[in-house]
Design a protein around this ligand. Sequence first.
Ligand SMILES: [Zn+2]
Length: 304
Amino acid sequence: MGPGRPLPPPRPTHRDTDPMATRYPLPILLLYLAALAAAPAYAWDGPAPGLPAPIGSHANGCIAGAAALPAEGPGYQAVNPGRRRTFGHPELVDFVKGLAAQSAEAGLGTLRVGDLSAARGGRLPGTHASHQTGLDVDVWLEMGRAPLPPGMLDGYDFPPLVDAATRRLDPQRYGPAQTALVRLATGDGRVTRVFVNPAIKLALCQSAGEDRDWLRKVRPWFGHAAHIHVRLACPADAAACVDQGPPPEGDGCGEELAGWLEPPPGTPPARPPAPPPEPPAACLDILGLAGGQPGPTPQPTPAR
Ligand SMILES: [Zn+2]
């Protein structure tokens, strides 16, 4: 999710995308996202019982035994707490708290934490295709200011840091604090990917110098002009969790990134979007979908 106009689709060679999105060029991807937004989704008030267990993939799964990130804590505030997307695997909650502590220590200001997962995971209303197993979290890039008053946290919108016309960073909005945040996120061994706008990846590639290993985890993706999306790998004991695998070798600054920044080679053939996939069987009970029965509480689709 996030404001800002998506960039053109990348060349079809890179293998780092959301599994649902990879198959479609941008116009079809937008249709797919619209279908996701229109499809029913269900929210539970609390986590499914049991030990923490992510099931399925980041883009098609659920979680039992999720933990809740408190709406506010040292160094961070959860944005849109009323949407109750503050649940995740305990390792994700621990990661967010740790990132907030490190950011505060580095003088980066209060972290504005976006969506984690719903209480039982599963597909979120709106345009998220992932965030389904309690292992993904969005962190907004607007930093270094005072905490927002609690009344402003629901529905607050953050402006993009990428100029939509030039597809390059707005130097008035993006600076060393944002780079430091991305760097801190990649430094956690549980993190497998940090998705950013291609313009952000470009700036990081150009400024990194000799120390470049951390860039491997920084992956370009559509949107993400106002927030980063941090993904943890499946925890070691999560037998039913389907991992994405490590990112490609190297810093990802060469041809792969150029594919994101160049205009698309032509108009791709139109194909109808596939409907969202059936959740893993082990998620049907957790999400209240067993027997074709929907879950308890239809959640309104947000306007953005
Ligand atoms: Zn996200």
